[in-house]
Design a protein around this ligand. Structure first.
Ligand code: TXE
Length: 496
């Protein structure tokens, strides 16, 4: 198949879209010459076809990453690794419009949000570029006859599997710490959204990364993803996606070579509004918490608990706010919410909306398709949602808020923690004591106070309970990509 296609976006006009597999810094066809179609979620039309990686391509990419790890990347100084990443961050900024436009085309996110994503990609890559030459071991004194030092060493070849909700941002979160610490990478992107990563590979090459350091495969989870997670020559697998597949990945790692595993999985995050909150501010954040990225966020504030004193007032004002969210063409600068990513996700979400109605929750707004083309769903609010209803327990991953009333702090802490997930939570109150007490009591990896979704590459992010293992972002992520070596040097003679 041709290894690129001429495509168009409303923002950039024509551009050249790479469509091959990126292995050893080259564009190649898959060994089996398979391809798959990429769909525009706004129009349901085919954008183009891309090469599909199978097990054989995973083998080739892993071999390339292994060779680079044992060779050129080992010889590259930490400072030079940092320079490559800094250059890549600059190139990302230089190409921000194109990358954002490709993201909107392929994923359906509004162009305004897509530009924010790409700016965050540059920020994340630059942050880890800065870390590359600041990763040190320690010296440890045990006695006068021994000198001991530790070395944080790279793990080796890292397999990374990412989802479609923030295609390039998830890519950056994964490669930043992996490359800064001296690992090489084989990345499998999500089958729904392979395009922005492929454009990005051209920048990886331009930034000067040696061949094999970063390989990128488009392909499916059950084929390429499974091959990567069960590969005997992959030292680590990092995954973001569903909790169901997270379990499969852990099993694959356990039954192959016990590769290290980090997982960033689903959530059902509580967003708690107390009587004394600034109600207008709280509504803005609750709205952003659930509808940002069309509800397709692992940390979406999908369970909204409102204290009884302001419940009715809150619902009335929140309804107006949700209905004012502009839904439509992602390339319109004023659009807030585009389509869901795929027919499958659209069907899953509409299924949950049906369940919510059937279980007796009240639809305050939305609950239907938006328009007649594309996977658009109206911003939806369910009130009167009971703790055992499906829409209160399961991750919907769409623009659907489930609201319930609470009376006391003690009660809402119980409700907030009544989930197998523990990714994020938020508290809205003017009382500092309430804010700190409730934040401490919630079992979640991130708690926001009087805000929501304030994710930043300097701040660790990850899940309690079934929301994951390990932390991404911040200094914490470096630990996921290094292993400690302790070296003890005997200064005295023999002791036996
Ligand atoms: O996820 P999958 P899907 C949640 C969200 C959503 C649901 C399903 O609730 O509705 O998951 O989405 C790869 N071995 N999240 O079906 O299947 C797959 O190719 C190895 C939360 O899209 O988990 C893709 O690259 N890899 C979330 C990635 O896993 C496999 C983001 C995610 O796909 C595989 C996305 C296998 N057996 C969905 N099967 C978050 N945490 O942000 C699939 N994959």
């Amino acid at each position: 198949m041709p290894l690129s296609a001429e495509l168009k976006t409303p923002l950039t006009g024509a551009y050249q879209q790479p469509t091959g597999l990126f292995i050893d810094n080259e564009w190649v066809d898959g060994v089996d010459k398979k391809t798959f179609e990429v769909i525009n979620p706004s129009t349901e039309e085919v954008i183009c076809s891309v090469a599909e990686a199978t097990e054989k391509d995973v083998d080739i990419a892993v071999a390339s990453a292994r060779k680079a790890f044992e060779g050129v990347w080992r010889q590259t100084t930490p400072a030079q690794r940092g320079q490559y990443l800094l250059k890549l961050a600059d190139l990302t900024e230089k190409n921000l419009e194109l990358l954002a436009a490709v993201e909107s085309l392929d994923n359906g996110k509004s162009i305004m949000m897509a530009k924010g994503d790409i700016a965050a990609v540059a920020g994340c890559i630059r942050y880890y570029g800065g870390y590359a030459d600041k990763i040190h071991g320690k010296t440890i004194d045990t006695n006068t006859d021994t000198f001991t030092y530790t070395r944080p060493e790279p793990l080796g070849v890292c397999g990374q599997i990412i989802p479609w909700n923030f295609p390039l941002l998830m890519f950056a979160w994964k490669i930043g710490p992996a490359l800064a610490t001296g690992n090489t990478v084989v990345m499998k992107t999500a089958e729904q959204t392979p395009l922005s990563a492929l454009v990005f590979c051209n920048l990886v090459k331009e930034a000067g990364f040696p061949p094999g350091v970063l390989n990128v495969l488009s392909g499916f989870g059950k084929v390429a993803g499974a091959a990567l997670s069960s590969h005997m020559d992959v030292d680590k697998i990092a995954f973001t996606g569903s909790t169901l597949v997270g379990r499969t990945i852990m099993k694959a790692a356990a039954s192959s070579n016990l590769k290290k595993v980090t997982l960033e999985l689903g959530g059902k995050s509580p967003n708690i509004v107390f009587n004394d909150a600034d109600i207008e501010q709280a509504i803005s954040w609750v709205n952003f918490g659930i509808y940002f990225n069309h509800g397709q966020c692992c940390c979406a504030g999908s369970r909204v608990y409102v204290q009884e004193g302001i419940y009715d007032k809150f619902i009335e004002a929140f309804k107006k706010r949700a209905q004012a969210n502009a839904v439509g063409d992602p390339f319109n600068e004023s659009t807030f919410q585009g389509p869901q990513v795929s027919q499958l996700q659209y069907d899953r979400i509409m299924g949950y909306i049906k369940d919510g109605k059937a279980e007796g929750a009240t639809v305050e707004v939305g609950g239907e398709r938006h328009g007649d083309k594309g996977y658009f769903i109206q911003p939806t609010i369910f009130s009167n949602v009971k703790p055992d209803m499906k829409i209160m327990r399961e991750e919907i991953f769409g623009p659907v808020a489930a609201i319930a009333k609470f009376s006391t702090e003690e009660e809402v802490i119980k409700l907030g923690n009544d989930s197998n997930y523990g990714l994020a939570a938020a508290v809205h109150t003017k009382d500092l004591n309430t804010a700190v007490r409730v934040s401490n009591a919630l079992r979640a990896g991130t708690v926001w106070v009087n805000c929501y979704n304030m994710i930043h590459h300097q701040i660790p992010f990850g899940g309690f309970k079934e929301s994951g293992i390990g932390r991404e972002l911040g200094e914490a992520a470096l630990a996921n990509y290094t292993q400690n070596k302790s070296v003890s040097i005997r200064l005295g003679g023999a002791i036996f």
